[in-house]
Ligand binder design. Structure first.
Ligand code: SAM
Length: 231
């Protein structure tokens, strides 16, 4: 960044131009009530988005089952749950599920599905629940935390909600460079994630990739284990 740019930033002269994630998502959920476009790809039809969700659901639930077995007697936090499209998959696995999203509209929609989960409205970065979870999922969410410090603080906030030895499942995509994306999208290379995990005593134990239909994008699905507290 140039000296002038740094000064502008320090003096908050550009603040009014900075992307505001929460109103963006509130408007988007509001504009697409009843449609998968609120959380899926807006250029795709509901049927096409449903196909993508079916594939994501399969890959995510397989990874969770491989890593922790069944969900009975275990808790799961669906971080950035949106309208609850995947929340029901975790309930079906037997988990005791809590969903959190910073959009009131999305959470209202999720509650309306009557899926047996508890829903909370909160930004992930300031999440402060009384419980810790066996599993936390962050599906297509961290790439939307555009501010670098907030992004790291968000992973830290999630890790504070993991039980010792707990599992975090992240679906995102990890391009080599982070330039040229729309305002609400800021994917990061895997090396950034790994550096963040190292600082938080988290260890990546699985990484797989798959291509989504109808889009030229390869998704990355990772499983990250919290330290179990042993020496
Ligand atoms: C692309 S959607 C994915 C929703 C859901 N995980 C799914 O796969 O259907 C991203 C969701 O994350 C929420 N979100 C984005 N940034 C967030 C943040 N910092 N804190 C809480 N929720 C956030 C949005 O409101 C939106 O519902």
């Amino acid at each position: 960044m140039t000296v002038a740019g740094t000064l502008r930033r320090l003096l908050h002269l550009d603040d009014e131009k900075e992307f505001q994630a929460r109103p963006y998502w509130e408007d988007r959920h509001d504009a697409h009530v009843g449609s998968l476009k609120s959380v899926g790809h807006r250029q795709l039809s509901d049927e096409e988005n449903a196909d993508q969700y079916a594939l994501k659901r399969e890959r995510i639930t397989e990874m969770i089952s491989r890593s922790v077995g069944g969900g009975y007697g275990k808790s799961l936090l669906d971080a950035g749950c949106g309208i609850g499209l995947l929340t029901s998959a975790y309930v079906d696995l037997g988990f005791d599920v809590t969903g959190v999203d910073f959009s009131e509209t999305a959470v209202k929609e999720a509650r309306a599905t009557e899926v047996e989960a508890y829903f909370v409205v909160s930004p992930l970065v300031s999440l402060n629940l009384d419980s810790r979870f066996d599993v936390i999922t962050a599906i297509d969410v961290l790439l939307h935390v555009v501010d670098r410090r907030e992004w790291h603080a968000t992973i830290a906030a999630l890790s504070r909600h993991l039980k010792p030895g707990g599992l975090m499942i992240i679906l995102d995509f990890f391009p080599d460079d982070g330039e040229g994306w729309p305002d609400h999208v800021r994917p990061r290379p895997l090396s950034n994630y790994k550096a963040s995990f190292d600082r938080l005593n988290l260890r990546m134990i699985e990484h797989e990739q798959f291509d989504l239909p109808y889009e030229d994008v390869t998704k990355d699905l990772i499983a990250v284990r919290a330290h179990d507290g042993s020496l």
